[in-house]
Write a protein that binds this ligand. Structure first.
Ligand SMILES: [Zn+2]
Length: 575
């Protein structure tokens, strides 16, 4: 029990701090903080040497913004941990902290500071640092660097290690495994190094070969590997993104690297000249010759301009389809689909010029992008472009990532088929009912002459009334039929539009991220039906409900749940 730091003072009382969090899902119904507080308190009571110190509360963090580095409370805890302000961090559940890989890194940081992490559900959390990915590691410290000096020191040390051709931690990329060496690190743990897994290395070589010699693209390579039944890296199937990252990673030509991506507003890929690579090739990790790797980069670059061409085509198609409502020259991407949640009117551009004078006396002007309600609703009528777009883009990027994981064309066809099956059934029912009602009316009408002659047990008035009722029902059925017809047409338009864009831009997420505003707007309009903005409560209604894509792993479950029925709500207070 205990960590190295506490072994000799087990009799001492341990200060426990709790981390309580309102998950965005639960917040829909009620605040579950009291429950968590109760649970953590009674858990603490079960340990004689524990004493409650204080609690950290994290307000709802959207499912799309739960990276450890985005969460101030977690950063605060880490800082307090480093200042040795407490001994144990207790949370209600493990998933209260963050995404799996980031979270394990975070935990290992707390352990390094001498803090134990416990959860009410699972007890003491293991410090398993080798499950983090290198990317996470770097991302974490890159962010740190922005606000804390500490990060820079660690990062400098990392750069130094990378340049020396040393493994700096994290998960082994595909094609490699980690093996322990006898060398110790600063925390007295055995260092690890990477070793080639020959069977996987063969697959890597195959990927490079298909790419540089056979002219295959990412998707075709993924398909080929799946067809051959080669086990994929982590998911059940090879995906474009995995192929792409294998083709880009300089590790395969024997160079460790960091600083290949930058964490900013977007998760931007850095230009090659910004990368930090090992100074010399590390011979025993080479899987493909350096010349092959370079060749793959050349091809990638030339295909990228091809993608640009596709984007232009997409734009042309957009202009053809949505000629009127969107002005491709405007700066705001959400015009036309964003509505004021109070009055229901479309939000308009309401930018203003910001003027200021610099130190040397020159006057500067910049245009601040803003969305505004035409009715100037009292509750709130202005939203900065930065705020609204960053929320929407973040949600859309996540949505696109989900989309990428399913075979959309097949799924779309399947969805369409299911929808049509349902529609056909409904059509048959309506036809059958209509037929029955028509026959009923005929029978009643046939009885009329007899009634007129007073030869029937039923009066003319009663018969007429019955006929009238049947005719009314018949008219309602006709309405149903027309409504259904409209639904079919609407569905066809949505599906067709969707498939068309999918054909043009297979890598949606990438296209979206790199797109200029008109393209972004086109993609948004094809994806989103409308966005209702009510102060910080933002609902995004997608044309295609993502949960219609049935295939998803357990891991997706959490995110999908928060997505709801085609509408994603951004939770106030989550940024
Ligand atoms: Zn309004």
């Amino acid at each position: 029990m205990g960590t190295m730091f506490q072994e000799d003072k087990t009799m001492e009382v341990k200060k426990v701090r709790t981390l309580l969090r309102v998950s965005s899902k639960q917040q829909l119904h009620e605040d579950d903080i009291p429950l968590q507080r109760e649970e953590t308190k009674s858990y603490i009571a079960k340990h004689q040497d524990w004493i409650f110190d204080m609690e950290y509360i994290e307000k709802a963090v959207s499912a799309y913004k739960n990276g450890v580095e985005d969460r101030e409370v977690l950063m605060q805890i880490k800082e307090d941990a480093e200042n040795k302000e407490f001994d144990i961090l207790l949370t209600y559940m493990t998933d209260r902290i963050g995404r799996r890989e980031e979270y394990s890194f975070y935990i290992s940081e707390l352990y390094k500071a001498g803090i134990e992490v416990w959860t009410v559900k699972d007890g003491k959390i293991k410090n398993d640092e080798h499950t983090d990915s290198l990317i996470t590691y770097i991302r974490f410290w890159q962010n740190e660097e922005e606000s804390r000096k500490l990060g820079k020191r660690v990062r400098d040390a990392l750069i130094d290690q990378v340049e020396k051709g040393k493994f700096v931690g994290g998960k082994a990329p595909y094609g490699y495994r980690l093996v322990e060496t006898s060398e110790k690190d600063s925390h007295k743990r055995n260092r690890h190094k990477m070793e080639i897994v020959e069977k996987q290395a063969e697959v890597v070589r195959k990927i490079y070969d298909l790419y540089i010699h056979q002219g295959y693209g990412y998707e075709k390579i993924a398909k080929e590997l799946n067809r051959e039944g080669i086990p994929a890296v982590s998911a059940d199937k090879w995906k474009n993104g995995t192929i792409c990252s294998i083709l880009k990673n300089p590790i395969y030509m024997g160079f460790y690297s960091i600083h290949r991506r930058e964490r900013g507003k977007n998760f931007k890929r850095l230009d090659r000249k910004e990368w930090i690579l090992s100074k010399e090739q590390v011979k025993d990790i080479v899987i493909v010759p350096q010349s092959d790797w370079e060749k793959a980069q050349e091809i990638r670059e030339s295909r990228k301009s091809h993608l640009e061409e596709k984007k232009r085509k997409t734009l042309a198609l957009y202009e053809e389809q949505y000629s009127a409502p969107f002005n491709p020259r405007g700066k705001l991407s959400l015009l036309g689909i964003a509505y004021c949640g109070y009055c229901g009117k479309r939000l308009k551009s309401a930018g203003y010029n910001n003027r200021w004078v610099t130190k040397d006396g020159t006057e500067k002007v910049s245009c601040i992008g803003r969305y505004g309600c035409q009715e100037k609703c009292a509750e709130r009528s202005y939203y900065s472009q930065d705020f609204l777009e960053s929320v929407v883009f973040e949600v859309v990027e996540n949505y696109l990532e989900r989309l990428k994981e399913v075979n959309i064309s097949d799924e779309l066809n399947e969805m369409k088929k299911q929808k049509m099956l349902h529609v056909e059934k409904e059509q048959k029912r309506i036809a059958k009912e209509t037929d029955k009602k028509t026959r009923d009316i005929k029978t009643l009408e046939d009885a009329l002459p007899e009634a007129f002659r007073g030869e029937s047990g039923i009066t003319v008035e009663r018969l007429s009334r019955m006929i009238g009722e049947k005719e009314k029902e018949l008219a309602e059925l006709e309405q149903d039929r027309l409504r259904l017809q409209e639904q079919i047409e609407q569905a066809n338009i949505t599906y067709d539009e969707f498939s068309k864009f999918i054909d043009i831009a297979p890598d949606w997420r990438q296209v979206f991220k790199e797109a200029d505003i008109p393209t972004k707007r086109m993609l948004l309009a094809s994806l989103i039906e409308r966005i209702d903005v009510k102060d910080e409560d933002i609902s995004i209604k997608f044309r295609i409900r993502i949960e219609d894509f049935k295939k998803h792993s357990d891991e997706d479950e959490k995110i999908l749940e928060t997505i709801g029925s085609g509408t994603i709500r951004y939770k106030p207070g989550s940024r």
